[in-house]
Design a protein around this ligand. Sequence first.
Ligand code: LLP
Length: 384
Amino acid sequence: MITKEDIGRFEVCPTPFYFYDLALLDRTVRRAKQAAEKHGYILHFAMKANAIDPVLNVMKRNGLGVDCVSGAEVSKALDIGFAAESVAFAGVGKSDEEIVQAIASDIFTINAESLEELEVIEELAAGLGKKTRIAVRLNPDVDANTHKYITTGLEENKFGISGWQIDDVIAFIRKSSHLQLTGLHFHIGSQIRDLEPFKNLCGRINLALQRFADAGLPIEHVNAGGGLGIDYDHPDDEKDPDFEKFFDVFNELLDLKPSQTLHFELGRSLVAHCADLIARTLYIKKGLKTNFMILDAGMTELIRPALYQAIHSIENLSKRGEEEVERYDVVGPVCESSDCFGKAMQLPLSERGDLIAIRSAGAYGESMASHYNLRSLRPSVYRD
Ligand code: LLP
């Protein structure tokens, strides 16, 4: 909830900027952790969702591990002080340099996404004279029913090793001398609010576990990925998302041995609601069919609407409680027609200089910001 005091602080800040409520983040992370710990599950934070220091520090303080998808993310996690054994490293295109760095840092697992990558890891580990812990990321061919750009677990997606290749993977790992298989990794997509796809995922995980057990390859841990979605229409609902319901699905449906641990790597569900993008109205431009509310924030600060047709809730902070409303296409200043936060949005009658909040922007907001048009973000504002 953005308070009157917050708005008072914003008045003197150059826009656009991100406003972070770190106390809310802490409460959300605790809620998730408590729900996970009820079943003995281990949480990692998918730092691609947000990699700023204050956010990572909250995760570290609450004892989460991290999920990284680049060598730079691995370095950042280690620099911030996450224990190497809590760092997982996934990604379909790891460079040799990134793999060497991960092997040398002795992280929790390198999650291999193809047979070809396994061959390279084996060769590089041999060069370093090391045996390295790996997990294999399997593509479970489960439809996540989400936007096509954030679906990752279908056979046609580039991620993970497909079912038809598992026998070759098992044969390769068996004869390798530098790979120590410890886990299986899955991730079916993002912004998944209906739990059905996760139920289907559990069925696929059980089959995969059986297959590796039959092959005599013991699995110590399963990483079920992230993907739990949030309610963008209700940015102030502190009960969103329902972590308990999410973890209950896995508790009910997964056949794990008592010695096997279950890991998750949540991104959006932990950080989305803890930040808002704060902008100012530059112009209210009259049109014949619609009025444009032109903001000083655009797709360079929050690309989700342009890329995934995402709709974030928008609030005019300067006109709170005012009754007269108008319809606006809320757009940014960038030279692209896709630079639009929402069409025909019903908002209070607005004017130049109003402070506007684009809500629930903590996940994939600042982390996906760009310098297109040589634009840059102003310093963030934090509430502890
Ligand atoms: N694990 C892996 C391997 C992933 O690729 C991702 C996200 C996650 C975990 C975390 O997923 P989450 O819990 O955040 O759904 N930029 C897009 C989302 C891209 C997700 C990429 N992978 C968006 O703004 O909607």
